[in-house]
Write a protein that binds this ligand. Structure first.
Ligand code: WT7
Length: 667
């Protein structure tokens, strides 16, 4: 976690500006509104759900007869693809731009060489054709899982919406994950097909994605077909006869006006599985439904992003994460927005790429991450100053705590002190935003670094160790006390883990796994993870996952991974490694191990440092005391060490750490 000391949190720094003054509301008035929403929780959510179009109305808003297996809008039928497309195509929005897409490559003047503009009607046509392809060419049926391993191109939302149109369940795997991580996710979800591309651009380099799929499929039994979209036109793409098909070849046989009836799906029908890290080595397949998720995302699009017809919205998150699912694919399309999608790296070819994009399209709403903001802060003000960013009226961040300094920088340099800005708290499991400022509703004074107050309809609290509300200013655990529409519907194939992970620390209450503080105004400040999960540039990684990757290397006997603060990425992993007998530590081996983790999980997981030690600090019962390693690496006090079996293990870790510090100081 980014080390936010309680003392440095600006609990009393209130910010408001001219543009947003008209939305300003007294904190207590907002709280009264919030309380009222909780008093009639079901009616509150039903009134929002009525704004969507249902094929069949629900019989019951919330079925809480078998907690924590809650069900929302039971008996109701709807279709996400219909809500995102058909509904608009019947109105004037038919010819409104849905997507402004930009590829990574630029010409000698820095202008993008690839741009695509898709109207709602274009998207509708393409989604129908893709749905036709899935259904008729590949025999995909309701409930089948399909894995999507694709970069940020329009075909990713297209194939997701196509899948949801026919009731297939998507499992999107981030295109930065390794073959091994992909194989694990395909196996767990038992996907019948994989959709991918030949390759794509990343920081001027070609990533040959189809080859990674081939490696993954050596370890997978369920996949019948691979559909390959030709993104780059690469030569020598390996295609397995009878299994692999080119998207464009199949599409040649599908009419431009192909139409596939949107399947009326039960509200409870799963729409997607998304894998995320937890405290064990095995990623959890978080399952989301159709109706509840749609209602949650729809409400937050309005409250948090204040979407108007004339807006140009840009969420910079990759669709491989939940932010992209909710706020690139479903949310903006359901609300009928025009949005920007950019394929490439934020600072390619220069650190002003994002600012050029904002200027080019006139972006009004930006949803991004603290890591990106800190990176641009480091590049300096001159880059954003070269561009006209005056169109921006809302900037939100997500994924990790934003330090007050980064908030102030973005507010001033990007937002010209005239934007609404929040750090929206939520997680893969919540399906949508839970704590945020709400410029689309009423706005309470902002404070740099806070998450703000819980949104209407969300019963959020900070608990102490005994499950009692923690007093203001005291760190506790973030919880959600009542079910909410976008909530996860379990972990794919593992109901026990669902109960154990989220509903057992405080019985009957959802435990998020985060530390948080409530200030004297009731504003929530999420501080970081309370479990063995770390956030690297906003990406969620389990330390145990990294340890498993290290231990899978033939030279490694044991490993312990902890997250340490990093000025840009928030946190980075460092690893303490015990080598097998007879293996000599060396710089080459260190490099090899880092590469090994990259290959096993993906580039985001690469440890910043690897320390070779002869033993790890453990309790007498043999549990690794990561807490002590973290203290060593951050210079924090060790705290209680009475359960530590062997004191010298900590001394050794300290020595290894200090050696490295000296090395770094020497350059
Ligand atoms: C974890 C969830 C939700 C989309 C991206 C992350 C951290 C998320 C914030 C924020 C402080 C935040 C929490 C949470 N987190 N947003 N605004 N302030 N922390 O989804 O990968 O499921 O990670 O991200 O630690 O538990 P995710």
């Amino acid at each position: 976690m980014h080390q936010v000391l309680k003392e440095e949190l600006p609990f009393n720094e209130y910010v408001i500006n001219e543009r947003w003054k008209s939305r300003l509301i007294d904190i207590n008035a907002y709280k009264a509104l919030h309380t009222k929403s909780l008093e009639q929780l079901e009616e509150f959510w039903a009134s929002i759900a009525r704004e969507l179009e249902w094929f069949k109305p629900w019989d019951k808003v919330l079925d809480a007869s078998n907690p924590p297996f809650y069900k929302w809008f039971v008996g109701g039928k709807l279709n996400l693809s219909y809500l995102a497309l058909d509904r608009h195509v019947k109105t004037w929005r038919k010819n409104k731009l849905a997507i402004e897409w930009e590829g990574e490559p630029v010409d000698e003047n820095g202008n993008p060489t690839e741009q695509r503009k898709l109207t709602y009607f274009d998207l509708y046509r393409e989604v129908n054709r893709a749905a036709y392809m899935l259904k008729h060419n590949f025999g995909i049926r309701k409930g089948d899982r399909i894995t999507l391993y694709m970069p940020m191109i329009p075909e990713l939302p297209i194939v997701m919406l196509a899948a949801w149109r026919i009731g297939a369940v998507t499992s999107v795997v981030f295109s930065g994950f390794s073959a091994e991580a992909l194989a694990e996710r395909i196996n767990d979800s038992q996907s019948r097909i994989v959709v991918t591309v030949d390759g794509f651009w990343r920081r001027g380099k070609v990533i040959r994605l189809k080859e990674i799929v081939d490696q993954a499929l050596e370890k997978v039994g369920t996949v019948e077909n691979v559909i390959v979209y030709r993104r780059l036109g690469l030569k020598d793409v390996p295609m397995t006869e009878g299994r692999d098909y080119w998207w464009h070849k199949v599409m040649e046989g599908i009419k431009a006006n192909a139409y596939v009836e949107p399947e009326p799906l039960e509200s409870e029908h799963p729409s997607f599985i998304l894998y995320t890290s937890g405290t064990t080595g095995k990623p959890k397949g978080i399952v989301h439904d159709t109706g509840g998720w749609a209602v949650h995302v729809y409400a937050t699009m309005k409250w948090v992003f204040d979407l108007r017809e004339e807006d140009i919205y840009w969420c910079t998150a990759d669709i491989g994460w939940v932010t992209g699912h909710s706020y690139v694919v479903l949310g903006p399309l359901m609300i009928g927005a025009t949005q920007v999608i950019y394929e490439g790296a934020p600072d390619y070819p220069q650190p002003d790429r994002w600012w050029a994009i904002i200027e080019r399209y006139g972006v009004t709403i930006l949803y991004t991450s603290p890591t990106a903001i800190r990176m641009f802060m480091r590049y300096g003000e001159e880059w954003p100053r070269r561009h006209d960013l005056s169109t921006l009226r809302i900037i939100h961040s997500v994924g990790e705590p934003i330090n007050p300094e980064a908030w102030r920088w973005a507010y001033k340099v990007l937002g010209n002190e005239n934007v609404a800005m929040a750090s929206t708290w939520w997680m893969t499991e919540t399906g949508g935003i839970v704590i945020s400022h709400t410029p689309g509703l009423y706005l309470i004074p902002m404070k740099p670094g806070t998450n703000g107050l819980p949104l209407p309809g969300f019963d959020v609290d900070v608990f102490d160790d005994n499950g009692k509300p923690a007093p203001p200013g005291v760190r506790g655990y973030l919880v959600i006390k009542r079910p909410w529409p976008g909530m996860l519907h379990g972990i794919w194939g593992d109901p026990d883990r669902y109960i154990k992970t989220y509903w057992s620390k405080f019985p009957g209450v959802f435990y998020a796994g985060d530390y948080a503080i409530k200030d004297q105004d009731g504003y929530i400040w999420v501080l970081g993870r309370a479990d063995e999960v770390i956030k690297v540039a906003g990406h969620r990684l389990g330390t145990y996952e990294l340890e498993s990757a290290l231990v899978s290397h033939p030279t490694v006997a044991e490993a312990a991974v902890v997250g340490v603060p990093d000025p840009i990425k928030g946190e980075v992993p460092i690893a303490f490694v015990v080598l097998k007998q007879g293996v000599m530590p060396s710089d080459e081996l260190r490099k090899e191990l880092r590469d090994h983790v990259r290959k096993t999980i993906g580039p985001v997981a690469e440890p910043a440092h690897i320390f070779f030690v002869t033993k790890l600090p453990k309790t007498r019962s043999g549990k690794i005391m990561r807490r002590l390693l973290k203290a060593v690496a951050t210079g924090a006090p060790l705290g209680d060490t009475t359960t530590l079996e062997d004191e010298t293990s900590v001394e050794e870790a300290k020595k290894a750490y200090e050696e490295l510090r000296r090395e770094i100081a020497r350059g």
